[in-house]
Design a protein around this ligand. Structure first.
Ligand code: AMP
Ligand code: MG
Length: 542
């Protein structure tokens, strides 16, 4: 098999300063053969990317280029495309695949690991950040479990766009530096119905301070490998949760108090994360414990979706269609369940329940407080009052009762004026309804009553109308990466046209501001997209 080259002439390769502390500090797989197997007592396996025939950069995040100190590098150069598909290795890069397990759809699945993601290493950025660079789709690893280690353009583009969009929406997330096509066709059966076809292969370079997942800790715990688990916990606390160590005792073993605080901090970040998802209408689709970042970031964009009509029972993932474990309305409960699994595995180190129970209690309290604050912001209220529970519950019941686009609705709500009569209000809200003809008289009466209650509530609130509108329009996005827009960008990119992709990415950089000439990117899903694959439902095939 071909291996990546380390070039001796580096002129067209980006300058990157590597400091691979994950690899340096944590136990390595002693075997170097790249075939599927159980990897014991190790946090990672050294794994080289498998070269691809004709790498070509489709898009880069200019923000991430700058953050990594690559602003002067030409992303269309051969060197850039070679580096960010793994065809060439920069000096200092020591590629590895990470070992982890996970609960998938509620069942313990054992070892999973990076089956197609290969870390190039950690780079030190010009401002002193430590960021891991990870190529998704760069070839097989010991964790590939018989699969091909590759990714297709449609799934890579969806991950690339959404992770950048999430960042601009203010939602914690892994980032994406680049989207590069490989020139290698990849065989996929999108609907798992025996109709496999070749699709363009591609590689996304993901970026995060850490790609550790809940499942990274669960796997050694499940194997009673306390040594690896302890090293992972120490490493994570030292570098990512240093405040949990008393008096900055950075090099010591984390004691039970530190582990308890670490877990509590993970609970807090996860509560913050899931409230953001509910705010913007993001449905992850596969909230398995291997897809839960220990940093509280959104990670692993697969068959995710954006809520269009407000439906708490909706999931975009066809694989989950029957039980809807990962439906929109259940995300808070599911991440709490996942935190419970993380607590179980940390318990094998601490043998103490209380600090971990305190973390779970903290999640509940944080979630509640943050959810209330978020709903106040969505409605433009200065602070939560007890009676707001009824106001928000009633609103959600109304939104779910007829097909109402959540994103369009909240932006329209911010446009209502105090003096609007019901007809004027309905006119303003009209674009949010997918089937306005289905509004019954009873529904209209309930909505009029809700609008009156909302007006009474805002009348009593100290915020001025302008302040309220501003609060709402910085909480409720106008542009979100709607599934059908992703499909349009994919269709064009597969034909070699990245114009729609670039225009869309640019709009998503300012998701809260009205952008002249871009109304089409803020509209609700058109009717043709209602049932089209990729627009309303997605499989895990990627
Ligand atoms: P995901 O559903 O993307 O979170 O993936 C679950 C597991 O399957 C992870 O261990 C992935 O690395 C692995 N996986 C998914 N797709 C592939 C692929 N094409 N080749 C190898 N491993 C894969
Ligand atoms: Mg995953």
């Amino acid at each position: 098999m071909a291996t990546p080259t380390t070039p001796d002439r580096l002129t067209d390769l980006p300058p990157l300063q590597f400091d691979n502390r994950f690899r340096r500090e944590l136990p390595a797989d002693p075997m170097s053969v790249n075939h599927p197997r159980q990897v014991m007592n190790a946090a990672y396996s050294d794994t080289l990317p498998s070269p691809v025939p004709a790498p070509k950069t489709l898009s880069v995040s200019t923000e991430m280029m700058a953050r990594l100190g690559l602003s002067d590098v030409d992303p269309k150069s051969d060197g850039f495309a070679a580096l960010f598909t793994g065809n060439q290795l920069a000096p200092g890069s020591e590629p590895y695949a990470m070992n982890y397990g996970g609960h998938q759809f509620g069942q313990w699945a054992g070892q999973l690991g990076d089956g197609r993601a290969i870390n190039l290493g950690e780079v030190l950025t010009p401002t002193g950040e430590h960021l891991a660079l990870q190529l998704k789709g760069a070839g097989t690893t010991p964790y590939s479990r018989g699969a091909d280690g590759r990714a297709v353009l449609r799934s890579s583009l969806r991950e690339y766009v959404c992770s950048e969009a999430m960042h601009h929406l203010g939602v914690p997330t892994t980032r994406a530096l680049s989207l590069v096509v490989t020139g290698e066709p990849v065989l996929r059966d999108v609907l798992y119905d025996g109709n496999a076809a070749h699709e363009p292969g591609s590689v996304v370079c993901r970026v995060s301070a850490s790609f550790l997942r809940f499942g990274s800790f669960q796997l050694p715990a499940s194997r009673q490998d306390h040594d690896t688990l302890r090293q992972l916990v120490n490493h994570t606390i030292k570098h990512h949760y240093p405040n949990c160590l008393a008096d900055g005792r950075a090099s010591e073993d984390a004691d039970n108090a530190a582990i308890g605080q670490f877990f509590q901090a993970v609970c807090e970040r996860t509560a913050e994360l899931v409230v953001h998802w509910q705010r913007v209408g993001f449905v992850h689709g596969v909230l398995n414990t291997d897809n839960m970042s220990i940093l509280g970031e959104t990670i692993d964009y697969g068959p995710y979706g954006w809520l269009e009509d407000f439906d708490p029972d909706w999931t975009p993932n066809t694989t989950d269609a029957q039980f809807r474990r990962y439906r929109f309305g259940q995300q808070p409960a599911v991440v709490l369940w996942n935190l419970g699994q993380l607590a179980n595995c940390l318990h094998t180190l601490t043998d103490e329940v209380e600090p971990l129970q305190a973390g779970i209690d903290h999640f509940r309290a944080q979630f509640e407080a943050r959810w209330r604050a978020m709903m106040c912001n969505k409605l433009g209220l200065s602070a939560w009052q007890d009676s707001d529970a009824e106001l928000t519950d009633d609103l959600q019941t109304l939104l779910a009762a007829v097909e109402t686009d959540m994103t369009v609705f909240y932006r329209a709500l911010a446009k209502l004026k105090r003096e609007d009569d019901p007809d004027a209000a309905f006119n303003t809200l009209h674009p949010a309804w997918y089937r306005p003809e289905t509004l019954t008289d009873d529904y209209r009466a309930q909505l009029v009553a809700w609008l009156a209650a909302y007006r009474a509530r805002t009348d009593a609130d100290p915020l001025s109308a302008t302040e309220r509108q501003q609060k709402m329009n910085t909480t409720n996005p106008l542009y979100v990466p709607r599934n059908y827009l992703a499909q349009l960008a994919i269709d064009a990119a597969e034909q070699g046209d990245t114009g729609p992709l670039e225009r869309w990415i640019d709009a998503l950089k300012s998701p809260y501001s009205e952008q002249p000439g871009r109304d089409d990117l803020a509209e609700k899903r058109p009717d043709w997209a209602r049932t089209r694959v990729g627009c309303s439902m997605l499989s895990c095939s990627s």
